[in-house]
Design a binder for this molecule. Sequence first.
Ligand SMILES: Nc1ncnc2c1ncn2[C@@H]1O[C@H](COP(=O)(O)OP(=O)(O)O)[C@@H](O)[C@H]1O
Ligand SMILES: [Mg+2]
Length: 257
Amino acid sequence: MRIAIFNQKGGVGKTTTTLNLGAALRRSGNTPLMLDLDPQGHLSSIHGQAPLEANRSLFAFYQDLRSLHELELPWEHIGHLIPAHQQLIKVDSIFGKGPAILNKLRHGLEELETTNPRPTLIDCCPYIGVLALNAIFACDCLLIPISTDYLSLQAAEHITRTLQVLEPVLKRRVERRYLLTRFDRRRRMSDDVRNKLRDRYGDDVLDIVISENVSVAESPSLNCDVYRHNASSSGAHDHTSLLKELVERGDLNITLR
Ligand SMILES: Nc1ncnc2c1ncn2[C@@H]1O[C@H](COP(=O)(O)OP(=O)(O)O)[C@@H](O)[C@H]1O
Ligand SMILES: [Mg+2]
């Protein structure tokens, strides 16, 4: 099962959600594959030992130099990572927008899964281009983090319109889940944004929210996930609840330990 974490707005918690959902998976007895599809490479820098050469990153996969399997790096306490490189920014201009390139990641992952099926999380870049389309085409479920503020509602609307354009091409509905992040229960705005999101997207809005939490914010600078930093934090608890809800809804077909 593949989940792409996408929002074309930056700073909404895509990388944070990918990282901590990956760690939650591992703690539940399911070892994930993590893909960093953002040329900024934030997830790769949190890993801490991702190589700097483009030919050991996802860029080499797009150049047809290496298979996904060859690019996997072990990630202690999580699973495996296929890292990004800033050269990924060139994928749009070099490879165009034909069906072959748009389906490249899907085909690569399908091949990888024939020998090693596992939950796969794809951390996306904050814009719609070949890379984000690759993630959307490859995923079974699109997880859309929405930071709890009014501008994020516009971003959610933008994604919904993009998906409406893509679905006739894909000939299927893109399953999606909206996840409120950086939720602050003390602010009235938080409940207001949540209610507006529910009015618009109904059941596609996840029940659980990720609260604003200092341990979540600190852990990337320590090159670790929130569980390693502070397993008893509300941030750790929230990501465990997120995993549970995704499993209960059937978005991840796994058994939790
Ligand atoms: N629940 C949270 N509580 C506190 N800080 C958070 C939370 N989620 C994200 N952040 C912080 O917000 C910033 C943006 O998050 P990030 O995951 O990098 O967003 P994106 O990948 O969408 O650009 C980071 O500094 C991150 O540590
Ligand atoms: Mg990011």
